[in-house]
Design a protein around this ligand. Structure first.
Ligand SMILES: Nc1ncnc2c1ncn2[C@@H]1O[C@H](COP(=O)(O)OP(=O)(O)OP(=O)(O)O)[C@@H](O)[C@H]1O
Ligand SMILES: [Mg+2]
Length: 221
């Protein structure tokens, strides 16, 4: 699926002050393209991903996924569209606390009524080096382990679009490299349109294209 932003704007109001975070973003991402987004802390990268996912509304502008415009959709329509097409790896993981690692990943498959949820979830976790942590709850996992569960949950459903916010930010170099190798293998094999937010220049360079978010604008790097 392609992703197109047309003059997307977003501000936050904090008391008297208005923070203008996105000042009219225009970009076209082709189906299956793997794009990294870099930019300083606070530049609006996570805000942009939330808007792309339809989790947050832009103040103005349009977000088109293929020919579908997300802007006029109701919350219900957005939720359904997201469930069917988009996976997100959040910066803060957002795992479900009362479900084990395995159950967190299984749930993603079960929502979409996919078969063999347990086997597929187990395999996805094993691929990310978590075969020995299947029955642990998020509170019993390290930050990097939670991050890998979140990646497994996002990838296991083979979404059309993958939005990932610093997916290896909490991993040591060696584990991060291994996890991102699996990540890139899967997105390339399944031609998943991917937007990867990262602070790592070397990771950004592994993507087909890099965009820098700076002063509320997106520029080709
Ligand atoms: N709900 C909100 N209310 C007010 N301000 C917000 C809100 N969400 C984000 N901001 C502000 O918008 C700016 C961009 O935030 P965002 O989280 O998108 O940055 P980021 O580029 O992802 O940063 P980081 O690299 O640290 O994750 C920040 O200055 C932040 O304080
Ligand atoms: Mg962020």
């Amino acid at each position: 699926m392609s992703l197109v932003l047309k003059d997307v704007r977003k501000s936050f109001h904090q008391g008297e002050t208005e923070i203008e975070v996105l000042k009219g973003l225009n970009v076209q991402i082709e189906p299956g393209q793997v794009v990294s987004i870099i930019g300083q802390s606070g530049s609006g990268k996570s805000t942009l991903l939330s808007i792309l996912a339809g989790l947050e509304r832009a103040d103005a502008g349009d977000i088109l996924v293929d020919t579908v415009n997300l802007t006029p959709m109701s919350e219900q329509q957005l939720t359904l569209f997201r469930a069917q097409n988009i996976s997100i790896v959040f910066q803060q993981y957002h795992l479900i606390a009362h479900l084990t690692a395995l159950e967190n990943v299984m749930l993603a498959l079960e929502i979409l009524k996919m078969e063999n949820a347990k086997e597929r979830a187990g395999e996805a976790l094993k691929e990310l080096g978590l075969g020995h942590r299947l029955d642990h709850f998020p509170s019993q996992l390290s930050g990097g382990e939670c991050q890998r569960v979140a990646i497994a949950r996002a990838l296991v459903v083979k979404p059309k679009i993958l939005l990932a916010d610093e997916p290896s930010g909490n991993l040591d170099t060696h584990t991060g490299d291994k996890v991102m190798e699996v990540f890139f293998d899967i997105v390339k094999k399944h031609k998943i349109t991917t937007v990867l937010v990262t602070h790592s220049e070397s990771l950004a360079q592994k993507c087909q294209r890099t965009l820098r978010l700076e002063e509320g604008q997106l520029r080709e790097q």
